[in-house]
Design a protein around this ligand. Structure first.
Ligand code: GLN
Length: 272
């Protein structure tokens, strides 16, 4: 017989990972475990947890094992077809919301939406906004659409597009994106969770700036006068990205810091 506390202690996992996976196997919230630490696990639950712990020790991300991740207060489904939403991307959402008055209609575009995290967070926080999430991956679009349905969000739609290629004519008030930006030679691609995530969501190849350059250069044709483009980028790419915005004629170019004080988002307003 194994108790809840023993299963966690003997799993060989970080305590937080073990708790999340055991709660998932039991179908209970993580807080339940504390009050039931001495309860015996049913054999099938113990076996299900052992299988999950095994995969976690093999490196698979917890979010793919449970199939969910919290982002901006929303519970999102995630699969290995999409990047796992990161806390630092909430900085991009917060910045976009600053440019979207709560009581005003607006058109918003999220490029490379993946699970739909950014588009869904904006649609949820700004019910009067019409949000479009775009991705070239049909599998990602299926995950994003299922998330929108589960959350009951009707002011968001997901469309197939390769950056702006496939986006219908019309002007947006805010365009956002968290494109792949890791350089092809970056060792992080071979480490941790990143090994299991879609390569195309992490790196555009080369120096990592290609997708950002494509978006920054093409966005003015899709932005209304005075509208904002805001993109997430790597911790060491702020200078290069600000130079792209300047070269493409944006005004009010802003560097936005994440909670760790790192410039993670650069934004600009469409010039005339
Ligand atoms: N922020 C992710 C990471 O460094 C990368 C996401 C991306 O390339 N857009 O793990």
């Amino acid at each position: 017989m194994t108790t809840v506390a023993q299963a966690i202690a003997q799993s060989g996992l970080a305590a937080i990972d073990a708790q999340v996976l055991l709660a998932h196997a039991l179908g209970v919230p993580r807080t339940w475990l504390v009050a039931h630490a001495d309860e015996a696990l049913a054999p099938d639950t113990a076996a299900a947890f052992a299988a999950l712990a095994d995969r976690r020790r093999g490196g698979e991300p917890v979010a793919y094992l449970t199939g969910t991740r919290e982002f901006f207060g929303l519970t999102l489904a995630v699969t290995p077809a999409v990047l796992i939403p990161r806390p630092e991307t909430e900085t991009l959402v917060e910045f976009a919301l600053e440019r979207l008055p709560v009581d005003a209609a607006a058109r918003v575009l999220d490029l490379g939406t993946g699970s739909g995290a950014i588009a869904l967070a904006i649609a949820h926080a700004r019910p009067r906004a019409q949000v479009v999430g775009a991705d070239r991956s049909a599998e990602a679009l299926a995950v994003a659409r299922a998330n929108a349905r589960r959350l009951g969000l009707r002011n968001v739609e997901f469309v197939a597009a390769d950056w702006f290629d496939g986006i219908a004519a019309g002007r947006f008030d805010v365009v956002v994106g968290n494109p792949p930006y890791i350089a092809a030679a970056d060792a992080h691609l071979g480490q941790g969770d990143l090994r299991f995530e879609p390569r195309s969501a992490l790196t555009p190849g080369g120096d990592g700036l290609g997708a950002l350059r494509c978006i920054v250069t093409a966005a003015p044709r899709h932005l209304a006068a005075g509208a904002t483009l805001a993109v997430e980028h790597g911790h060491d790419q702020a200078g290069a990205v600000a130079a792209m915005f300047a070269a493409a004629g944006y005004t009010d170019v802003a560097a936005v810091r994440d909670l760790a004080g790192i410039v993670r988002v650069t934004a600009g307003v469409r010039g005339r």
